[in-house]
Design a protein around this ligand. Structure first.
Ligand SMILES: [Zn+2]
Ligand SMILES: [Zn+2]
Length: 357
């Protein structure tokens, strides 16, 4: 079968590899329908290895490069291994890529993203940029049959937005400001609206992205560089500022922008990843009793399952956000290279082994 494999920095190839062997106990074999690609795939390609075990085997999976990329996966169950309940051949599933040891101090507290041996399909074990993938049954969330499989591939990024709101302790009716309207910002908007947020505000310098956020129901969209941006946010939040801010831009200055938008006593959930440390005003943080909360990935049974339920009821769909639908052969040159491009009419690139090159 064809698989998009990371061999080294600037060396990702579409290889011919053997189909996966029969699934082991607790595992299933999946025919991939769609796989999303994101900034992390691009980073592995251009600057890796970051999460990929490039030189030494991964402590949990023992895998080592070359490894098949792809961690935002939806597909159909082809074969079921021993000791698997709740899945049937033909089921459409979205796959939570996260892997963890299950026995360490953090795993026992269900804080699996903090597991020292944490890994994921598409980084530490072969992922979904291929015709087939082996997944653990617990990673597979069945998606109702009426759901577009391309939308099911949005479950992974949507679950990051769900976790940002969970970690940020969003309560019904609270105002939410979102800094950055890339895929995670848009996912946070969709999840916040579905979760009963009050006013939603989205800030992004890109006009097309602001339009997308407005189309998806944001009450106010703003250019963070506008001189009156803070005033406008206060105007729609009874003069206070946002109860919860989601920082999903991850660019220099965006963490400071996020803190400035929060009300006194407000929370700021930080999802955006920036290679460089950000400067923040700790005096302001102390005096206004702000909270900054880190958000990492998602947990399979809470965030990911919730994201699938949101997709099923149309809180977000592929037609809303997908910029490009590519064949596997073009995943790197046209896919990874396009991630983050601001001139595309959407914020997500999807790849399918069934689309013809
Ligand atoms: Zn991703
Ligand atoms: Zn663990």
């Amino acid at each position: 079968m064809r698989a998009v494999r990371w061999h080294g920095r600037d060396d990702v190839r579409v290889d011919r590899v053997a189909r996966p062997a029969a699934p082991g106990p607790g595992q299933v074999r999946i025919a991939v329908a769609w796989t999303g690609i994101c900034g992390t795939d691009r980073e592995e390609w251009r600057h890796g290895p970051l999460f990929i075990p490039g030189n030494a085997p991964h402590p949990l999976t023992s895998a080592i490069a070359p490894i098949t990329l792809g961690h935002e996966i939806a597909g159909h169950v082809l074969e079921i291994g021993p000791d698997v309940d709740g899945l049937r051949v033909g089921d459409l599933v979205a796959i939570d890529p996260n892997l963890f040891c299950g026995t360490c101090w953090w795993c026992l507290r269900h804080e699996i993203v903090l597991c020292p041996a944490y890994g994921a399909l598409g980084f530490s074990r072969d992922g979904g940029l291929a015709e087939e993938v082996i997944a653990e049954a617990f990673q597979c969330v069945v998606v109702s049959a009426g759901t577009d499989p391309a939308s099911a591939a949005l479950a992974e990024p949507l679950s990051v937005g769900v976790r940002a709101l969970r970690r940020g302790r969003l309560r019904l009716g609270e105002s939410v400001a979102i800094v950055g309207a890339g895929m995670i910002g848009i996912a946070s908007l969709a999840a916040a609206r579905a979760a009963g947020a009050g006013r939603t505000i989205v800030l992004d310098p890109n006009g097309a992205r602001r339009e997308l956020a407005a189309r998806l129901g944001a009450d106010l969209v703003l250019d963070p560089g506008a001189p009156d941006a803070l005033e406008q946010v206060r105007d729609v939040t009874e003069g206070r500022g946002a109860d919860l801010v989601v920082e999903s831009a991850g660019v220099p200055g965006s963490a400071a922008t996020a803190l400035a938008l929060a009300r006194r006593g407000g929370r700021c959930a930080v999802v955006g990843i920036s290679a460089r440390p950000s400067e923040i005003d700790t005096l302001d943080l102390a005096v206004r009793e702000l909270e900054m909360i880190g958000v990492m990935s998602h947990v399979w049974d809470e965030d990911f399952a919730a994201a699938v339920r949101l997709l099923e009821r149309g809180a977000l769909g592929a037609d809303d956000v997908v910029a490009l639908r590519l064949p596997l052969e073009r995943a790197v040159e046209d896919g990874f290279a396009s991630v983050g491009r601001s001139d595309l009419p959407g914020v997500k690139v999807l790849v399918s082994p069934a689309v013809r090159a």
